[in-house]
Design a protein around this ligand. Structure first.
Ligand SMILES: [Zn+2]
Ligand SMILES: [Zn+2]
Length: 279
């Protein structure tokens, strides 16, 4: 297997190196070297004080390249998380974590992904009782809170509140600054303040490591993994193709070798998923 016992440059400010080091040690014997000298908050924050330019992958890739530049090591790792609504129903708060692995020697790039429910708790409160009820629902104190006067865009932010002894004074201070006598409370989404997000970042790392340990059958480059789904599983009732996957395509980015694999769960699609039987 390639990439064992290597030093990997990692640009992160919120303890993600400590979070992921055990996984990389156990599976590959790699050590994560924290790259310093660049403020990743310049690339955007979750509290809307700075918007992130570009896509999630572009941001993670930028950090990986920056880590290589700052440390002089040939391999860099960059991490980026986003929060939004779930892609299916749009009702659940949803967290997507990406880790981009860049090898500047071979130009190979491998991306680990994990997503699921997470983050997103926010509420406007006007008394300590409501604040504490919200805090409990949001997973405080293991999850940090962020408070600010009035609304989501007020710049007077108190971040990283993880104790009642700091939460209450911060609440009183923000309430005193508020024009509307209301405080906007939300979960701190930074990795070191949010154990739910930490689990998602670990899952993205597991996905990345599985891909790193999957060599191409033709050229042996790491990263041979599922890249596409082919729709068209036949309906069990009318035998017409549905939008469900009939095959997965595994592909090597280094040499282009591809292999079609049966999608496998069922032989035929349930008619409830067929556009003709169940329009
Ligand atoms: Zn290959
Ligand atoms: Zn059908």
């Amino acid at each position: 297997m390639k990439y064992t016992h290597r030093e990997i440059a990692f640009l992160t400010q919120h303890g993600k190196d400590r979070l992921l080091q055990p996984l990389f040690t156990e599976t590959m014997g790699c050590s994560l070297v924290r790259a310093t000298g660049y403020d990743t908050d310049q690339l955007g924050t979750f509290t809307r004080d700075l918007q992130r330019p570009g896509t999630q992958i572009a941001a993670a890739r930028f950090k990986a390249h920056k880590a290589i530049e700052l440390t002089g090591l040939p391999i860099g790792l960059g991490s980026e998380g986003t929060f939004g609504a779930d892609p299916v129903g749009g009702l659940l708060p949803w967290n997507t974590e990406i880790l981009v692995w860049c090898d500047s020697t071979s130009q190979l790039e491998i991306i680990g992904v994990a997503q699921g429910p997470g983050g997103g708790f926010q509420q406007t409160v006007d008394c300590e009782e409501d604040l504490l009820a919200f805090a409990e629902q949001a997973g405080f104190p293991s999850h940090g809170l962020v408070l600010r006067p009035d609304d989501a865009n007020n710049p007077n932010i108190y971040k990283g509140l993880q104790e009642k002894s700091t939460l209450i004074p911060a609440f009183r201070a923000t309430l005193a600054m508020s024009r509307t006598r209301k405080v906007f409370a939300e979960v701190d989404l930074r990795a070191h303040m949010n154990p739910t997000r930490q689990q998602m970042i670990k899952r993205a790392a597991e996905d990345l490591i599985a891909k790193l340990r999957s060599p191409c059958p033709r050229c042996e480059a790491p990263g041979f993994s599922e890249k596409d789904l082919i729709a068209g599983l036949l309906c069990a009732l009318c035998s017409n193709p549905t939008r469900l996957p009939v095959a997965k395509v595994w592909r090597c980015d280094a040499c282009g070798f591809a292999k079609k694999i049966n999608a496998g769960d069922t032989e035929r699609a349930d008619p409830s998923r067929c556009d003709l039987c169940n329009p």
